[in-house]
Design a protein around this ligand. Structure first.
Ligand SMILES: Nc1ncnc2c1ncn2[C@@H]1O[C@H](COP(=O)(O)OP(=O)(O)OP(=O)(O)O)[C@@H](O)[C@H]1O
Length: 211
């Protein structure tokens, strides 16, 4: 596994370097206000060739969905082989204006806009915001197929555990990183979120976090 060493801002975290595994999914976990969005915004301006989905989307609202997705495609240096419009079921929305869509529909469109750019690094700040179960599941299946380097903020521990190859856990200006089973321990999660977290193993071996 190739690992990118990246430099982090000293004013945000006590650690100055972290690893972003190449073509893997890294999930950034941490409490509200711990600096996850700030870190992603910093990386978006310091990592070359990355596509960035902020927590609040920019306003290209007057554009049609079709035009916005075309803009995403135009930013790609090579076209994506996966059909994102089909994967995220966007065909019925193409003729509509982005600002005429529901919150969850808009989020799907913005995710598609980012993924279509086929960037070597993708930064997603809480991409699950507004997505119902069906599209959370779609994204869970879609992201690993992209085979690109992804760093995403997720609050749902179970989703994080399932999608992540690697975890960054931020808290009190520290960053602990490693494989999900090493970092997402009940002791560390309980301490990080100042909330009791327990872990249950189902009969088929799946792991479930409970709060
Ligand atoms: N626009 C801003 N101006 C001033 N301070 C800000 C601004 N945005 C965030 N902060 C501060 O920076 C710190 C980190 O915020 P950030 O949004 O990065 O946290 P976060 O971990 O993404 O939180 P959340 O889980 O709530 O999204 C917080 O203390 C916050 O108050």
């Amino acid at each position: 596994m190739l690992i990118k060493e990246i430099t982090l801002p000293r004013n945000l975290l006590q650690v100055s370097q972290a690893t972003l595994p190449d073509q893997q999914i890294t999930v950034l976990l941490g409490p509200n206000g711990s600096g996850k969005s700030t870190l992603l915004a910093y990386l978006a301006t310091h990592l070359p060739e990355c596509a960035y989905l902020p927590q609040q989307n920019q306003s290209y609202d007057a554009l049609s969905v079709d035009d916005l997705l075309t803009l995403g495609q135009q930013r790609a240096t090579s076209p994506l082989t996966i059909d994102i419009v089909t994967e995220l079921e966007l065909a019925p929305l193409l003729a509509k204006q982005v600002n005429q869509l529901s919150g969850g529909q808009q989020q799907r469109v913005w995710i598609a806009f980012i993924l279509l750019q086929n960037a070597p690094v993708i930064l997603l700040d809480e991409p699950l915001n507004g997505l119902d179960l069906r599209y959370q599941q779609r994204l869970l299946q879609l992201l690993p197929q992209l085979k690109t380097t992804i760093l995403m903020v997720v609050h749902d521990l179970n989703y994080a555990y399932r999608v992540a190859d690697w975890i960054w856990l931020v808290s009190a200006a520290t960053l602990n990183e490693g494989q999900p089973s090493n970092i997402m321990t009940t002791t560390d999660l309980t301490a990080t979120f100042a909330t009791p977290v327990s872990l249950h193993q189902t009969v088929d071996g799946a792991v479930a976090f409970w709060i």
